[in-house]
Design a binder for this molecule. Structure first.
Ligand code: COA
Length: 174
């Protein structure tokens, strides 16, 4: 498996429309919106590619963009001593193809997404990775990995980037 930026792969229409994660809105977005969002710089999509399949197949994808949230929308661990508008990296979409689900690829891709968010946050400043969960199941998935719900919007979950840096040994606490 290899994780690549969408524009480095330029996947064909067949590759994109073969993707099926069980959530039609996420399948559709990859087919119809991902390329345009890259071009307009609204979001960067990353593809998890199975290079062992005959035609390299899209096993998963996620997309990141810059965002901000109001302090009252963030959990206390993120909101403490924060400005009124908190800068975040937003993960708008995250999905694994059904043929690859239940094999640990979701966990692996989430780790990559968190590390990418840390890199972005080091360049431009961001306190947390924010996800918008598409379903109750997705909320459980993110909580399983330590994401914390917004006190106001249950479907918005946060992971403090400082915590990622601490656990990855990228940041020495004082
Ligand atoms: C949610 C999704 C990304 C999980 O991907 P996956 O590759 O099947 O997950 P993994 O195999 O890496 O599972 C990792 C861990 O999460 C757990 N997990 C998986 N789906 C879960 C869920 N819905 N709720 C709670 N835990 C879940 C697994 O049991 C596993 O735990 P373990 O390490 O204790 O065994 C995938 O099912 C998917 O794309 N679903 C449709 C789209 C979607 O809901 N996207 C996310 C929100 S935008």
């Amino acid at each position: 498996m290899r994780l690549s930026r969408y524009d480095d792969v330029a996947p064909s229409k067949d590759q994109r429309s073969a993707f099926s994660c069980g959530e039609p809105s996420l399948d559709r977005w990859l087919t119809t919106q991902a390329r345009q969002s890259m071009r307009s710089r609204d979001a960067v999509t990353y593809l998890l590619l199975d290079e062992e399949s005959e035609v390299s197949r899209i096993a998963g994808y996620f997309c990141l963009s810059a965002g901000e949230v109001r302090r009252e929308d963030a959990p206390s661990g993120v909101a403490r001593r924060a400005p009124e508008a908190i800068p975040v990296v937003r993960m708008g979409r995250f999905a694994i193809d059904e043929a690859y689900q239940g094999k640990g690829w979701g966990a692996e891709m989430l780790r990559e997404a968190l590390l990418s968010a840390v890199s972005g946050g080091r360049l431009i400043g961001a306190r947390a990775l924010l996800v918008d969960a598409v379903s109750e199941q997705a909320i459980h998935f993110y909580k399983r990995f330590g994401f914390i719900e917004s006190p106001i919007r249950r479907e918005q979950l946060f992971y403090a980037l400082r915590v990622v840096e601490l656990s990855a040994g990228l940041f020495a606490p004082r």
